[in-house]
Write a protein that binds this ligand. Structure first.
Ligand code: HEC
Length: 143
């Protein structure tokens, strides 16, 4: 039997396949090095809330909340809105522990960019509106 490794065509193909594999491994490795797309960047978490939780801010926040958020987070913030029935972990804002360890900047970012099953608010709301929302949902926590 002829030695298979002396077959030029075979060698050529094997080399090609090996290079293709090597490339895949490299591509996977390079991908792993990138941070996940939705991880809040540290500068977002540290972003300070420029809007004070005045009655005016809370009223504006509530107005938007009723339109954009209540269907999932519930009218009173308990996470049991109409659309929440088939979602597992809609954040319950009435639970004082729910947002305890989150900075205002992180909440701002989650609202703006979305999180898990929550769709992003995107550019629909102005920065101040998103801060009003942050202030409002914090006011829903039971004391
Ligand atoms: C389609 C349903 C849906 C809508 C609409 C929605 N949310 Fe959410 N929200 C979720 C879900 C689900 C989570 C939990 C996400 C996770 O942690 O994976 C969440 C989480 C959050 C969190 C917690 C983020 C964190 O880092 O823990 C905040 C704050 C929030 N939502 C605010 C809002 C505000 C404000 C609005 C309205 C502008 C809104 N959400 C609209 C489903 C929704």
């Amino acid at each position: 039997m002829k030695n298979i490794f002396s077959n030029k065509e075979f060698l050529k193909k094997t080399t090609l396949v090996l290079f293709a594999l090597l490339f895949c491994v490299f591509a996977l490795w390079a991908k792993q090095d990138q941070p996940p797309a939705k991880a809040p960047a540290p500068e977002n978490a540290a972003k300070a809330n420029p809007v004070k939780p005045t009655p005016e801010s809370l009223a504006k926040g509530k107005k938007l909340y009723v339109i954009d958020c209540a269907m999932c987070h519930g009218d009173n913030g308990n996470g049991k809105g109409d659309m929440a029935s088939d979602m597992k972990n809609v954040t319950d804002f009435t639970n004082p522990d729910a947002l305890k360890n989150r900075t205002d900047g992180e909440l701002f970012y989650a609202i703006r960019k979305g999180k898990g099953e929550m769709p992003p608010e995107g550019d629909r709301a102005k920065d101040d509106d998103v801060w009003n929302l942050v202030n409002y949902i914090r006011s829903l926590a039971k004391k």
